[in-house]
Every structure is written in C-alpha cells, then in structure tokens.
Design a protein around this ligand. Structure first.
Ligand code: KG4
Ligand code: ZN
Length: 357
C-alpha cells in the first residue's frame, strides 16, 4: 500500500509518500515540506490569512515534489491521508480540498487524519517504539500529554491483520492558555529576540546562571494541566524591574532562569503523567523537543524512574506529512477503514478520534 500524506493545518505545507507492507512495516519514500516560518517571523507569529494564501500557492508543487521524490506517478498511490483538523481553518480548507479533488479525479480512497494522531504515532515509526507510551507534545501550537495504547477489544470478525489491534488515544491534560513553545516565543519577544524564540533562549541561556532569578513553577497543583500566564508575568516583572541596568549578562541570566523553571515544570508534570499511565516509556515531541537541556533533564529524570525516554528526530517531531501518511496507513491496517466524507474540524480532541475508531 502506497499512501500520500498531506499536511497544511498551520504554517507548513507538506506532502509525503509512505509504503506499507501487510505486516505494517513502512518505508518513507519521500518527505517534502515548505515552511512559511520566515514570512511569519516578520510579524512575530503565524498570521492565519497569510498562512492560507501560502498553502494555496505551494500545495500543488509540494505534492508533485513528494510523488516525484518517491519515483512514482499519481496512479501508483493507493490512499490519500489528509489532515482534517485541528488547526487553522484556511489551511485545512486548502489541504482537504486538494485531497478531495485528487481523490475524485483519480479514484483514490481518502482518509481524514487528526493532526495530533500523526504526532502521537511518530515515535512508533521513528523509534520502533512499542505501545503503550506516554507522550508530551510540546510545540508552538501544542502542549499536552497523550496516552497511546493498543485497544484490547479485538473483533474476531474483523478483516484486519492478526496481532494488530486498534490504537487508542487519550488526552490526559492540556494547557489553559499558551502552548509551551508559545511561552518561549513570548518571553523571547519581551527580550527583543527574534521569532521563533525558543532556539534563541536556549543559546543565550548557555551563558547565563539558571539560579540568578527565581520564577514560580506554574500550576504545581498535582494536575497534568499547564498554564503559562503567571510565569510570563513574573518574567515581565523582572525585565521591567531591571530595565535600566539590562545588559547581555542579565539577559542570559533571565533566559537560563526561565529555561530552568520550564525544566523543573516538565519534570514535575511528567512525573504526574507517568503516575497516571504507569507507562515505562516517555516520548518528548514537538518543536520544543529540540531543546538539548530539556531533553537531557527529562532523560535523567526517566533514568532514575527506570522509564525509557525517547525524543524522535526533530524534523519528524515537528509538523510534517510523514506523520499524517503514517497515521493513515495504521488506520487502514488496524481499524477496518471505510470510505468516508472528509469534514474539516478546526477544533478536534484526540479523545473524539478514540471514540470513532
Ligand atoms: O513544532 P514546531 O516546529 O511548530 C509548531 O508549533 O507548529 O514548534 C515550534 C516551536 C516554537 O515555539 C519554537 O520557539 C519552539 O518550538 N522551539 C524551541 C526550541 N526550538 C524550537 N523551544 C525551546 N528550545 C528550543 N531549542
Ligand atoms: Zn503540530
């Protein structure tokens, strides 16, 4: 089975082709991606209207590129998997409309994929990770814990392959305000650093003292929910207080102290999440997973608990179409996928996906 994945839910226009064998083993034949980051950087964040227009301009070329890189023709494609939510409405309309047109013109089955389902399954592909596992999805748009497991209610009349039960998803907790990457970006903006600010903060933090300033660890309430407004205000107050004497050393100290607070927060929240799931595998994914300090602190924390820590390659744990094609492929192999009408869902919890699978 050769499956074309299409992703356009935020600021990446992406297409990829994956080939599955009957046992669910898969090869990535191509992975084409166009990121709009440089354009949105001019505005300090993603501008939805600009994002939709850029998707429209790029989608045709990116899909052609993915098919060419895979050394295939459209007629070789057996299925199309397209992100149908959650995300920015304009981008979702562009991707799903293109996918539907292709499906009708070439008579190819189409599958609507929840973008989070793609992120959730990536470690299964890149790390060969067995189920179950707990995932912390931490990016500019996402901030949540997910439990990913195999369902046990195997239908004996089903035509799906043996030993491949359906995959279940549960959202354990999310954020009450910003996503974690968004918080990095907003703190960076307070310090007049360019967007996106996560990488800049990490680089400056290397030269700073992580204990120079003491910021509150937000929502230390035993829950697996996040909230960043209090932490952002605390950083703002420090910046305002020392505005007169701000210099590069103090900036580095603020970055290091902020990053240290985030590290302590993630360790605290991951501990709570693992207490709930009792899993022995923890995955950190999303753009924030590029942060070496956060990765190494979470690894040490997991080692102490005898939990294995995974962080997939950054280019595959940020938005891409490989994850969408992979989720589509697993859906076909494990869930008796039926032909469907694609409905766009800009807001769409993974818990709802769980119910329909
Ligand atoms: O997954 P991603 O590429 O895009 C979306 O969120 O759609 O994540 C981007 C986010 C940005 O907020 C960026 O500041 C953050 O990931 N990020 C980082 C680092 N690199 C990127 N945050 C902390 N440390 C980093 N090294
Ligand atoms: Zn994403």
């Amino acid at each position: 089975m050769k499956i074309l994945g299409i992703e356009s839910s935020c600021d990446e226009t992406a297409a990829a082709v994956l080939e599955f064998d009957a046992l669910g083993q898969c090869n990535i034949l191509s992975n084409a991606i166009f990121t709009q980051m440089d354009t949105h950087a001019l505005y300090g964040g993603v501008v939805p209207e600009i994002a939709s227009r850029m998707h429209l301009e790029k989608i045709d070329a990116i899909i052609k590129q993915a098919i060419e890189m895979a050394q295939l023709n459209l007629s070789d494609i057996d299925k199309i998997a397209v992100t149908s939510g959650p995300g920015l409405l304009g981008g979702l309309i562009v991707g799903t409309t293109y996918a539907k047109a292709l499906s009708m013109a070439k008579n190819i089955d189409i599958i609507g994929i929840n973008h989070l389902e793609g992120h959730a399954l990536m470690a299964h592909l890149t790390e060969g990770l067995n189920f179950p596992y707990t995932l912390l999805l931490a990016s500019g748009g996402h901030c949540q814990f997910l439990k990913i497991y195999e369902k046990e209610n195997i239908d004996v009349h089903s035509s799906k392959k043996e030993n491949m039960s359906e995959i279940g998803f549960k959202e354990l907790g999310g954020t009450q305000d910003d996503a974690i990457g968004e918080c990095f970006d907003k703190v960076a903006k307070m310090l007049n650093l360019p967007y996106p600010g996560g990488r800049e903060i990490e680089a400056l933090a290397k030269k700073g003292d992580p204990f120079a300033y003491s910021f509150p660890i937000p929502l230390k309430d035993g829950s697996v929910q996040f909230s960043f407004s209090g932490l952002k205000s605390a950083v703002r107050r420090v910046i305002d207080d020392i505005a007169e004497e701000m210099d590069s050393k103090k900036m580095a100290d603020i970055c290091a102290s902020f990053q240290e607070t985030i590290a302590q927060l993630l360790i605290y929240k991951c501990k709570k999440a693992l207490e709930i799931t009792q899993h022995k595998r923890l995955v950190l994914s999303g753009g924030v997973a590029a942060n070496k300090l956060l990765r190494s602190r979470l690894k040490t924390f997991c080692d102490d608990l005898n939990v294995t820590f995974y962080a997939p390659p950054v280019n595959l744990c940020t938005d891409n179409a490989v994850m969408i094609a992979y989720a589509g492929g697993l859906r076909c192999l494990r869930s008796n996928h039926k032909a469907e009408t694609i409905t766009i869902k800009p807001r769409w919890s993974l818990n709802e996906v769980n119910e329909i699978l």
